[in-house]
Design a binder for this molecule. Structure first.
Ligand SMILES: [Zn+2]
Length: 459
């Protein structure tokens, strides 16, 4: 592992370097000093400019910025595969049943498994929604860059003051764990689990404390029915399950996006996750208020929610990044499959091969995601002055040969199995496919033990 205080220069050269903010460089190199990138360009030029530097040859690889996961739930990694064939409403109700089985220790094991998966899949930044309080430890131990969003719930406005006092105290506690790599954010869960007054209060708290905040928005038809007419599985079955059946239900008569617009939530510091059930007017509202979107194509398709209109988001100038969502819904945290799914879905549904191209996908998976999270000053592209957050993807053993277009090779032919090197802030955390910050054996044994508890309940 590289010593972070080592201020000598290391040069990483590869067959292709994809800075993302500039054109690909064939036979390129990136010079790194400490935690930062100091130079990017043709290998011959970089080596001549930095004589005597250590040179790491990544050979027939594509070297690019690490992937940015704009929405995950690391804590739910051991839930994958348990509820694979249910529509969103049923999935949620069943998920709530099994979610209560695990202990805090189990959640930590699950989050650690998820963090390890993210590293080995080439993610260097994750925006994680934390429910049980375990993600923070997991990303810190793995050496990932992250925004850890504390999830919050509350539909009873009679308890709002107490809920907000608790959330504010929780923020104080979490802020003590902030460091160079990890920021804290807030995540009011969704329009059907958080009241309008609480959304307004959370937005105010986030802005007072300078925090980003996010929510699941317009994900399912069940949510749209709940907001528009106060009916459906989220209004009835969900409320009964969580003891909210006596709370007043309202029919707001609008889309989820228009509903949330009324409560002073929208702004450039807010991230809307999903945005599947949106109208053209909703897209204009989101664009006009500077909201960023986390697009989760696999999760949305798998839960039968639909396909978010990504090309419309991009055409409206909205900042968009990819999110893998939770392994409980989308199974794998794999940016290659998110990118590929997006290309096929959007081209297919629009009957237009120009609806989304490979370079758009790689940009969204890196710099676009960093812009969503407000981290683009530090990460998302390979540029002098930015943090050295980068990954190498092996193309030697890839079926996508020969390679003329590295974007196409990554999106249409790449696999997370091809990632063999991951660096965050100049620190190598995955090398030759070995995890350097995670004890793989221990992590997987603890995760298996947690998973074991879920099996009898599910069956
Ligand atoms: Zn989610």
């Amino acid at each position: 592992m590289q010593n972070r205080s080592d201020e000598s220069i290391s040069i990483f050269r590869a067959k292709w370097v994809l800075p993302v903010s500039a054109d690909p460089v064939y036979e390129g190199a990136v010079a790194v000093k400490g935690s930062s990138i100091i130079d990017v360009g043709p290998a011959a030029v970089i080596m001549e400019a930095n004589p005597g530097s250590k040179v790491v040859n990544l050979h027939h690889a594509i070297l690019l910025p690490g992937f940015v996961n704009c929405h995950s739930h690391l804590e739910y990694s051991v839930f994958r595969g348990l509820l694979d064939n249910m529509n969103f409403g049923d999935w949620l109700l069943n998920f709530l049943d099994i979610r209560s089985i695990l202990s805090q220790e189990d959640y930590l094991a699950s989050a650690r498994l998820g963090a390890a998966e993210c590293v080995s899949s080439g993610f260097t930044t994750v925006a994680d929604s934390m429910y049980a309080g375990a993600s923070l430890d997991a990303v810190n131990a793995a050496g990932l860059r992250a925004i850890v969003f504390q999830e919050a719930f509350g539909i009873d406005d009679g308890k709002l003051a107490a809920t907000m006092a608790g959330l504010s105290a929780r923020l104080d506690e979490l802020e003590e764990s902030q460091n160079d790599l990890v920021e804290i954010g807030l995540f009011p869960h969704a329009t059907y689990t958080v009241s309008a007054a609480m959304y307004r209060a959370v937005a105010r708290l986030a802005r007072e404390r300078g925090k980003r905040f996010a929510t699941h928005l317009a994900e399912s038809s069940e949510e749209s029915a709940y907001i528009r007419s106060g009916s459906g599985v989220l209004a009835l079955d969900l409320r009964e399950k969580v003891g909210w059946e006596k709370m007043t239900r309202e029919a707001f008569g609008v889309t989820p996006v228009k509903y949330l617009q009324q409560w002073d939530v929208y702004g450039p510091d807010f991230i809307a996750v999903h945005c599947v059930n949106v109208t053209d007017q909703d897209v204009a509202i989101l664009a006009g208020s500077g909201v960023a979107i986390a697009h989760c194509p696999k999760s949305n398709a798998k839960l039968g929610c639909g396909i978010a209109p990504l090309p419309s988001f991009l055409a409206a100038g909205i900042r968009v990044g990819f999110g893998t969502d939770s392994p409980a819904s989308s199974n794998m945290m794999d940016m290659f499959s998110e990118m590929r799914t997006a290309v096929f879905l959007h081209r297919g549904v629009r009957r237009d091969a120009e609806a989304l191209d490979a370079s758009d996908c790689v940009r969204m998976a890196t710099l676009g995601g960093a812009r969503v999270l407000g981290l683009d000053g530090r990460t998302g592209s390979l540029e002098p002055g930015k943090q050295a957050d980068m990954i190498a993807v092996d193309m030697e053993h890839n079926h996508f040969m020969p390679i003329e277009d590295p974007y196409s090779a990554l999106v249409l032919g790449g696999s997370r199995e091809d990632v063999f090197f991951v660096m965050v802030a100049g620190r190598t955390i995955y090398d030759k496919k070995v995890l350097l910050t995670v004890d793989e054996e221990k992590t997987s044994a603890a995760a298996k033990a947690a998973r074991q508890k879920l099996i009898p309940a599910h069956l």
